[in-house]
Design a protein around this ligand. Structure first.
Ligand SMILES: [Zn+2]
Length: 510
């Protein structure tokens, strides 16, 4: 009997243990993770969609891909961006009475500037319904407005650890299927009416603050004295919204308690923001072309979103995903592999405002959403792997209900049992770019990752290089490289879900 050395033959999956050995050696002993991590965090800074930082990130990634020898490297237009471009040039906020203290803060993206340095009394806007607004009419001109927030009053100390790794029991639980309740609704239905009422009140407040000439709006955002970033619902070409700042709960709570105890609070604030017309959303793309005469036209795709919020440097969310995908392709390139299919890496723009980059890519190359029909490349697409769960190491994969892919992953992840990456769950995971592919009927997967500092670091000014665990990211790059290589070598494309149609689709895919 002929024995194939290093080849473990299963029913359909050939696992090439020799290439896995080489991938591990390259990924561990010649890792570029540190250099990549520095490049996409400290060097480029934050990468808000449509901002100069976003352009810096894209240019850096393109240059790095070229340096690594990827081919067909390009910054590809994906979509228009309705909010327009925006950048913060200066922010300063301090309480000046009853005593001086400066506050950490972040301007709300797509809001306007102050008229230089503003010094003013802080007014606590005690508004629970539209009728409450009347008592403030004529009293807000030039004032700094503290928005009402229940959060500081109800805040309780957390005894949860900031970072954890999944234990065996938790991973077992993740594998359990939880069928949807009757009617397809979640157990606790989302209160759409309450959300809409809240949003409507907020719009009324914004209109009034603008017409009354308030100078700055202050929001309560997050704890640990860390401001969290957010963005206004702004459309390019509209007049600039009133300057708005997110301040930590500790700052908000202190001023609110002072005001409620009849202590006069004053602040000085200066915010300078810049708007840019008509920016686009871009994806940064590079690849190792396939070598098989026919299969080279088929794509195995690796991706992560390169845009971030403007606090911090978008390290865990999601430089980590980008550099893992780049490093995975670099490892394969440096091993001089000759994949049968093309292995492509795509770094998506505009994820945080609605998966814009990946949706644009799918629309352009794979699926016509207007007519609900496949584009020609749909048939030449194999699989998409996404990483967007922070810096934690891979512990397995979400099948996204694609049971047909389970035997493939079982074989392909077997060599990584010693790295504890072998949990395969039928469950869906949402909120990021693999959904753009899944919704177009294509296999799109995202990894289960250890939940490292997820709540604290995300979208805050704390999401910096310090949040990264480079040794975890090295493991992720090694596993991704192996999955990509094997997907590119197997005889068949990755298994797809059979096409089925159902009456309704959610208008909010993320
Ligand atoms: Zn993200």
């Amino acid at each position: 009997m002929l024995m194939m050395p290093f080849l473990l033959l299963s029913q359909t999956e050939k696992v090439d243990l020799e290439i896995i050995y080489k991938i591990k050696q390259e990924g561990n002993n010649n890792s570029k993770m540190e250099e990549l991590a520095f490049g996409l965090t400290d060097l480029t800074g934050s990468r808000l969609t449509g901002s100069p930082g976003g352009d810096r990130g894209n240019e850096w990634a393109k240059k790095k891909m070229e340096e690594f020898g990827f081919q067909n490297v390009r910054i590809e237009e994906a979509a228009d961006f309705s909010r327009g471009g925006w950048d913060n040039l200066k922010t300063y906020a301090a309480m000046t009475a009853p005593y001086y203290v400066n506050f950490a803060c972040l301007p709300v993206a797509w809001t306007g500037s102050t008229n230089g340095l503003v010094r003013s009394e802080v007014i606590l806007l005690d508004v629970r319904s539209e009728s409450d607004l009347e008592k403030y009419r004529g009293k807000l001109n030039g004032k700094i407005i503290l928005m009402p927030s229940a959060a500081s009053a109800s805040h309780e100390i957390s005894f949860e650890p900031l970072a954890t790794r999944y234990n065996k029991g938790q991973l077992d639980e993740i594998t359990l299927e939880s069928p949807p309740a009757l009617g397809g609704r979640a157990a606790q239905p989302f209160d759409m009416a309450a959300m809409m009422a809240q949003r409507q009140l907020r719009t009324k407040i914004s209109e009034m603050l603008k017409s009354e000439g308030a100078s700055v709006i202050l929001n309560n955002s997050g704890i640990y004295n860390i401001p969290r970033a957010s963005g206004a619902m702004y459309s390019s070409g509209e007049s600039e919204p009133v300057a708005e700042l997110n301040i930590p709960m500790e700052a908000h709570g202190r001023m609110e308690r002072l005001i409620r105890n009849d202590v006069k609070v004053e602040m000085e604030v200066e915010i300078l923001n810049k708007f840019f017309p008509n920016p686009k959303i871009y994806n940064v793309i590079g690849e190792i072309p396939g070598t098989d005469k026919v299969l080279k036209n088929e794509i195995v795709l690796l991706g992560a979103h390169i845009d971030s919020w403007h606090g911090g440097t978008g390290a865990a969310d999601n430089a980590s995903g980008c550099i893992v995908m780049m490093e995975a392709l670099r490892i394969l390139k440096s091993l001089n592999v000759a994949p049968r299919r093309t292995i492509r890496v795509a770094l998506w723009g505009g994820e945080e405002q609605g998966l814009n980059g990946s949706r644009g890519y799918v629309e352009k190359h794979l699926y016509n959403h207007a007519t609900n029909t496949n584009r020609p490349d749909h048939d030449r697409f194999s699989v998409y792997f996404n990483m967007d769960n922070g810096t934690g190491r891979y512990r397995g994969i979400y099948l996204q209900q694609n049971e047909m892919a389970r035997p493939v992953f079982e074989e392909l992840l077997k060599p990584f049992e010693s790295l504890q990456c072998n949990t395969i769950t039928i469950k869906n995971t949402g909120g990021t770019d693999h959904l753009s592919f899944d919704r177009a009927g294509l296999p799109g997967f995202q990894f289960i990752q250890d939940p490292i500092e997820y709540g604290r670091g995300y979208h805050t000014s704390m999401d910096t290089y310090e949040r990264l665990i480079l040794s975890d990211l090295r493991i992720n790059a090694i596993i991704t490289a192996s999955l990509a290589y094997h997907a590119a070598m197997r005889n068949e494309k990755f298994p797809r879900k059979p096409v089925m149609t159902f009456p309704e689709r959610s208008p909010f895919p993320w």
